[in-house]
Ligand binder design. Structure first.
Ligand code: 5GP
Ligand code: ZN
Length: 110
């Protein structure tokens, strides 16, 4: 069995508040939100980060993100982040996009 936290969430072995699911992708609310809306979008297949993306998975993930932005009614503004690797601040090594919204985002990020 995979020891990866997000694989376990995708397999429903660990609880999460899901907001979207299809054959290849799931999205759920971050357990420690840093904005009023904080959703994680992940592929069901275990990929460490965007460097492992194959075929049209990247585009499919963006299409799912679009759907979630509409269903969450956050078209006015949001930030998409995929922390990658140690320097990128990644803590869970299963590809995920953060969708952050509901407050003003500063720049540059920390
Ligand atoms: P990273 O730091 O890799 O960019 O993002 C990992 C994210 O996963 C963090 O925002 C963290 O709060 C979230 N997270 C960690 N463990 C869990 C969990 O068990 N459930 C949920 N829903 N989110 C988690
Ligand atoms: Zn995984």
């Amino acid at each position: 069995m995979s020891e990866c936290l997000f694989c376990k969430i995708a397999e429903k072995k660990i609880e999460a508040k899901f907001v979207y699911e299809d054959k290849e992708i799931v999205a759920f609310r971050d357990v420690n939100p840093v904005a009023p809306t904080h959703i994680l979008v992940i592929p069901k297949v275990h990929i460490e980060n965007i460097l492992g993306i194959d075929g049209n998975l990247g585009e499919k993930m963006l299409q799912v993100i679009k759907k979630i932005v509409v269903s969450e009614k956050i078209e006015k503004g949001f930030r998409l982040v995929t922390n990658t690797g140690e320097h990128g601040g990644q803590t869970v090594y299963h590809l995920h996009w953060h969708i952050l919204s509901g407050r003003h985002m500063g720049w540059p990020p920390g």
